[in-house]
Design a protein around this ligand. Structure first.
Ligand code: CP
Ligand code: NVA
Length: 308
């Protein structure tokens, strides 16, 4: 019997040991790329990218990454494909996976990627859903490791909305054994079930964002209104006004704390220009690492472990 297909739909789909492999592999692939040494393990392979929401980084990093690994990438969006005209996601999974080696999907409910994967012959990658954004946290933790070493036992302060990024940080904390301090406005607290947590040991919620930042090794935030929630924008702008990461919050974090943001950012809303453009910010390395982390992810999903 052939082994089941490995998908990457949530952060907890991989074990800690698999992450150790993928992070080491990302470093190896990145170093090789920086030396301009061609590396084409996915020669002749095809990635299909399905976008039901907008993207800059995710599209670029997957498309460039697949090209750099020797394969090619095809872009589909809801507007120009039958997906936008009501073709069942199960049928799309059957058809698209018979013509490709790997599929990345950015969509709305997590249920859509789960149903697509259940009908797929090839690995499926979650490129962001309302619930999770595992590829971003993969890149974020690679960035933390590069700047500060292992994340195990460290503390991440999440300030703002308990959205797909927050949920994924919480899952990552359980898998990789670190802590997350979450501070959201009242009414926007973490819903453990939606976050897909095993337990509650690795996170704590704080009413005051200053308390969440105290002693943190990494301070991070995201937009107040995620894609798909635009109708709530006005009420969110009011509710989140005190959840802007500023120099005062950074001053109570660990003196070597780094600041991250998945981008795109809104200066003056969830973060001040002083912080995101300041010396503790690693947002450009974080964005670049989408490329390197996802190359390692794609190689692992298609070819499994490679020992060099
Ligand atoms: N961070 C992120 O996923 O960016 P895009 O929406 O531009 O892909
Ligand atoms: N939470 C944001 C992340 C964008 C990359 C959103 O879902 O819109």
């Amino acid at each position: 019997m052939s082994s089941p297909i490995k998908h990457y739909l949530q952060f907890k789909d991989f074990t800690r040991e698999e992450y150790e492999y993928v992070f080491a592999r990302a470093k190896w692939i990145k170093d090789k790329f920086k030396r301009y040494e061609p590396y084409h393990p996915l020669f002749d392979r095809t990635l299909v990218m399905i976008f039901e929401k907008a993207s800059t980084r995710t599209r670029l990093s997957f498309e460039a990454g697949m090209h750099q690994l020797g394969g090619s990438a095809i872009y589909l969006n809801t507007r120009d494909s039958q997906l936008g005209r009501g073709e069942p996601v199960e049928d799309a999974g059957q058809v698209i996976s018979r013509m490709s080696d790997l599929v990345m999907i950015r969509t709305f409910e997590q249920d859509i990627v789960e149903r697509f994967a259940a009908n797929s012959r090839v690995p499926i990658i979650n490129g962001l859903t309302n619930e999770y954004h595992p590829c971003q946290i993969l890149a974020d933790i690679l960035t933390f490791i590069e700047h500060r070493g292992s994340i195990q036992g460290k503390t991440v302060a999440w300030i703002g909305d308990s959205n797909n990024m927050c949920n994924t940080w919480l899952q990552a904390a359980e898998v990789l054994d670190f802590n997350v301090h979450v501070s959201t406005p009242p009414g926007y607290e973490v819903e453990p079930e939606r976050a897909g947590l095993y337990g509650t040991a690795n996170f704590e919620q704080f009413a005051d964002p200053m308390d969440a930042c105290r002693g943190a090794d990494l301070v991070t935030t995201d937009v107040w209104t995620s894609m798909g929630f635009e109708a709530e924008n006005e009420e969110r702008m009011k509710a989140f006004a005190d959840w802007c990461v500023d120099a005062e919050m950074m001053s109570v974090a660990h003196k070597e704390a780094v600041f991250m943001h998945c981008l795109p950012a809104h200066r003056g809303e969830e973060v001040t220009a002083e912080v995101i453009d300041g010396p503790q910010s690693v947002v450009w390395d974080e964005a670049e690492n989408r490329l390197h982390a996802q190359k390692a992810l794609m190689e692992y999903l298609v070819l499994g472990r490679i020992e060099n």
